[in-house]
Design a protein around this ligand. Structure first.
Ligand SMILES: [Fe+2]
Ligand SMILES: [Fe+2]
Length: 161
């Protein structure tokens, strides 16, 4: 299903999130021209910068605007939202872990973050967003879109992974 206009800014973030996830899983960039370090220890500050510039605000916008609407309008919205919130919290905890210890076991910890992020984005894109587009009234999607756009603009420019 084509992404509804209201969710496009978040889907655009997801595109960059998937690139980051793939780089963390593989340990290298899929695009040979990408400016992505092959040394694991150099990937940690890149992930932390991406979290600060993009992911943190993206999670906050979903939690403030998208998840409440999904919880109201989808039959099993409450269950889906709880699982997605648990993913956000798990990733926030992993980021705190990288801040506290940016050197140990990076061959395991960086791909682990990538796998959580990738699976999370797929759940949102393939399940939550699809179901919201089908279930939410057009006027509600429009209101949601205005809130998402305003919050997204306030959070700063789109990511340049
Ligand atoms: Fe999310
Ligand atoms: Fe998301």
């Amino acid at each position: 299903m084509k992404r509804h206009e209201s969710l496009v800014p978040l889907s655009r973030d997801h595109h960059f999130g998937l690139i980051m996830a793939q780089q963390l899983i593989l340990g290298r960039a899929t695009n040979p021209r990408a400016d992505w370090p092959t040394e694991r220890v150099q990937q940690v500050p890149r992930l932390l910068a991406f979290f600060q510039s993009d992911l943190r605000a993206h999670f906050d916008i979903e939690e403030a605007h998208v998840f409440p609407a999904a919880g109201r309008d989808l039959a099993d919205g409450g269950r889906q939202v709880r699982a997605l919130l648990a993913d956000h919290d798990a990733m926030r905890a992993m980021i705190r872990g990288f801040e506290a210890d940016p050197v140990s076991e990076l061959d395991e910890r960086l791909p682990a973050f990538g796998h959580v992020l990738k699976a999370h984005i797929h759940k949102e894109e393939r399940q939550l967003f699809e179901q919201m587009q089908a279930a939410c009234a057009p006027a509600e999607l429009e209101t949601l879109g205005a809130r998402v756009a305003a919050a997204h603009d306030a959070a700063g420019p789109a990511c340049k992974v």
